[in-house]
Design a binder for this molecule. Structure first.
Ligand code: FE2
Length: 221
């Protein structure tokens, strides 16, 4: 498809979003199944229902403009979903897996928020007011989903991931003296990269953990 006008670009971006949502409809049940925290699992299932409606909204728009949604694969979403699959395959501890799933899901939400914000603005510029309204509805839902994930992360899941890790280390130290297993060291590396410890210093919080928390402050927002 040639991209000569803003309308061409609008259709191209809509196709990309349709492909992204279709891929997500397949991925979300796997994320819901992998999640250990019941609230997190429920959040993924709720978002699956929303995503199905978002696909329908896009199809309604395609019908209105007389175009097909097919013909493009969203490789951005493919990559984000692949990262989620890799995390699940790593089989991390339950609490760490949940924190990681939130991180992957928030990457997805932010990607979609960028896409829908763009097409909503294009629709306004092109004078497609009804379509702009439909796209705004989806944009709002993606924003809400992102906020809910932040609440789940900051409410308990990140802290559980941080404290579960600490308990295991203490156990290892009591049973094996001061020798640290290589697995524990590996997990420590994964904690540094996946867990937001910032406000988590409070739980079980040694100053050592508090110090590390600063390094990872920016994740899972
Ligand atoms: Fe979506």
């Amino acid at each position: 498809m040639e991209l000569n006008t803003l309308r061409d670009l609008y259709i191209d971006e809509l196709k990309d979003l349709w492909s992204a949502e279709k891929q997500l409809v397949k991925a979300l049940p796997k994320m819901a199944k992998a999640a250990n925290d019941p609230e997190l699992s429920k959040a993924f299932t709720t978002h699956l229902r929303q995503t199905e409606r978002q696909v329908q909204r896009l199809e309604q728009i395609f019908e209105e403009i007389g175009e097909s949604p097919r013909g493009k694969k969203c490789v951005g979403m493919e990559g984000l979903i692949e990262e989620g699959s890799e995390l699940i395959k790593e089989k991390p501890d339950a609490e760490v897996l949940d924190a990681g799933l939130i991180s992957k899901a928030q990457h997805v939400e932010h990607y979609e928020i960028a896409g829908y914000g763009t097409v909503r603005t294009y629709a306004q510029l092109l004078g497609y007011d009804r379509q702009a309204q439909l796209l705004q509805e989806t944009l709002d839902e993606e924003g809400e989903a992102d906020k809910l994930l932040t609440q789940l992360a900051e409410g308990s899941i990140n802290l559980e991931a941080a404290s579960a890790e600490g308990e295991e280390e203490e156990e290892a130290e009591t049973t094996r003296g001061s020798r640290r297993s290589s697995k524990a060291s590996e997990r420590e590396v994964s904690r540094r990269t996946t867990v937001e410890g910032g406000r988590g210093g409070a739980r079980g919080g040694s100053s050592r953990r508090g110090g590390r928390a600063k390094e990872t402050e920016s994740s899972a927002r």
